[in-house]
Design a protein around this ligand. Structure first.
Ligand SMILES: [Fe+2]
Ligand SMILES: [Fe+2]
Length: 213
């Protein structure tokens, strides 16, 4: 009976996370938005649209991160590292909420493709979890490395006047580097270069489509 209840609780929790991830403005951050107290410089309408496109990509990246952690949480054993993985997932919710808030300020919207990217990332996370903790943690590290590179690129691409988006991305960059370090220190395998190249190609497909869609 108790096993059945805990399985039901689990399903409800998963469903709640899916809703909070995919429904715009449903995610709430546990930390203050890093842009509080930062003022933008002047931006043209075209610059604001460009910034919204970039922040939409970052938001979808966080949808993928959330799905990845959820998928792994569903299948991985992670006896010693589950708490840290849950902590990282909570920080990804902060990132999700901050990107969403910034998109609103820029009169932008989240991507129509988020449900598809959530499903694909959940599947990849669940598969990695099944393959063992070292692979699972290695996948986290490789993903965080990829996200970090991508955030560096976006900090260069943001319009000069967009200081509030930059403040959000800087905090996210710090958090992602921490997630990567933790996953490797916890025993994550270092993935080979061809695998990382494949991840980079997939991320380019995501960024190109989400910028407009
Ligand atoms: Fe993140
Ligand atoms: Fe992360």
């Amino acid at each position: 009976m108790s096993r059945q209840l805990s399985r039901t609780d689990n399903l409800i929790q998963q469903f709640d996370t899916i809703l909070r991830t995919l429904v715009p403005h449903a995610a709430g951050a546990s930390r203050a938005n890093p842009a509080v107290g930062t003022q933008d410089a002047e931006m043209t309408d075209a610059e604001r649209r460009h910034a919204a496109g970039l922040m939409r990509i970052n938001h979808t990246g966080e949808v993928c991160a959330q799905a990845l952690y959820q998928g792994q949480g569903a299948t991985a054993k992670l006896h010693e590292t589950r708490d840290q993985m849950e902590q990282a997932a909570a920080e990804e919710i902060d990132h999700l909420a901050w990107c969403d808030e910034r998109l609103c300020e820029l009169d932008g919207r989240t991507s129509y493709l988020n449900p598809a990217f959530y499903a694909a990332s959940f599947g990849m996370g669940a598969l990695a979890g099944k393959l063992g903790d070292n692979i699972s943690l290695g996948f986290v590290a490789a993903t965080e490395e990829q996200v970090g590179r991508h955030l560096d690129d976006h900090m260069h691409k943001l319009p000069y006047g967009d200081r509030r988006s930059r403040a959000v991305l800087e905090q996210m960059r710090t958090d992602e580097a921490h997630h990567e370090r933790w996953a490797l220190e916890a025993g994550g395998s270092r993935f080979p270069a061809p695998f990382k190249l494949g991840m980079r190609v997939m991320s380019q497909v995501m960024t190109k489509s989400v910028y407009t869609l």
